[in-house]
Design a binder for this molecule. Structure first.
Ligand SMILES: [Zn+2]
Length: 75
């Protein structure tokens, strides 16, 4: 992934994927896990890209850890 994480909003409870919601990271065909967060990304072409993601992505994406570290050290 070339884009950077701007913001992560973790939900209070997981939400199953539906017709209008899907795991943006893996796509509906390869991921059927419940969604757990909104993620906002930016890249060269777009300042704000909205993703909804499953916990597996949150737990395995290195940029999530980087983002959390940045945020924790700021507060
Ligand atoms: Zn997924």
């Amino acid at each position: 992934m070339k884009s950077d994480i701007v913001e992560i909003e973790r939900w209070k409870r997981p939400v199953p994927q539906g017709d209008d919601t899907l795991c943006s990271a893996h796509g509906k065909t390869s991921c059927s896990r419940d969604l757990v967060a909104d993620v906002y990304l930016k890249d060269d072409g777009s300042p704000r890209i909205h993703w909804t993601v499953c916990r597996r992505w949150l737990d395995n994406e290195p940029k999530v850890a980087e983002h959390d570290t940045r945020n924790n050290s700021r507060s």
